[in-house]
Design a protein around this ligand. Structure first.
Ligand code: F6R
Length: 220
């Protein structure tokens, strides 16, 4: 499994934007999308390209449960950074917290492209260390490390929700193509463990080594 190191964050964002742009030319494309800081440059680039999203369906990887802080839901994040700027049909936007969509995602919707970030502990979506490679979409408790990581977006650490609904590793792995993005030196070590180390449920992202159509992009 190769880690492709790009010059900078701009190049990382435009490289992945090229792959998304191609995917949008497929008939009725289906994409799985992440939130977080890593995809912000990508979403900006996609908005600038003014692509046609009218037949696209998107599934977001995760959503907090019982979030009380306004404007910190992942739905809000996606609306602000992508959806409100493109011609998506609202009926084609799904979040893992929408219970109605769980069965579809659990039984392997034909997703063309799944985009992922990686957490400091090797999580993908909110599949924390110890998650089964066979896990389906479900409600999970967030680890202390993830709550601490996410506290930068909240007034205080006590405001960070402690639970989320996450797409499972099994539906993620059933995507036809997967791109993992990592931005910053602080991600390098966990990325190398995930891509070059043992395939273990202690590092959920390591399951990606077993996918046959997967690319990893990194920049310092
Ligand atoms: C968010 C998600 C998470 C993030 C990961 C990295 O939807 O699925 O797994 O991708 O926590 O977050 P950032 O990009 O903020 O470093």
């Amino acid at each position: 499994m190769e880690i492709k190191t790009l010059k900078n964050y701009k190049e990382l964002s435009s490289t992945v934007a090229d792959i998304v742009e191609y995917t949008l030319t497929l008939p009725e494309p289906k994409l799985i999308l992440p939130t977080g800081s890593t995809p912000l440059g990508l979403y900006k680039e996609l908005v600038n390209r003014q692509l046609d999203w009218s037949t696209t369906t998107t599934y977001n990887l995760d959503e907090y449960v019982d979030n009380t802080i306004q404007n910190q839901s992942y739905r809000y994040f996606m609306m602000e950074n992508l959806f409100k700027h493109i011609n998506m049909d609202d009926d084609n936007i799904y979040f893992s917290g929408d219970t109605a969509v769980w069965p579809d995602l659990s039984y392997g919707t034909e997703v063309d492209l799944c985009l992922l970030g990686i957490g400091g502990n090797g999580h993908i979506a909110f599949n924390e260390p110890g998650s089964s490679f066979e896990s389906e979409t479900r409600m999970v408790d967030l680890t202390e490390e993830t709550i601490k990581d996410n506290s930068r977006f909240f007034p205080s650490i006590n405001d960070v929700p402690t639970q989320a609904v996450t797409m499972g590793l099994k539906p993620i792995m059933s995507s036809k193509k997967i791109i993992l993005m990592a931005n910053g030196k602080h991600k390098k070590d966990i990325l190398e463990q995930a891509m070059y180390g043992d395939i273990t449920e202690n590092i959920p992202a390591s399951v990606l080594q077993t996918h046959t159509n997967m690319e990893t992009f990194y920049c310092d």
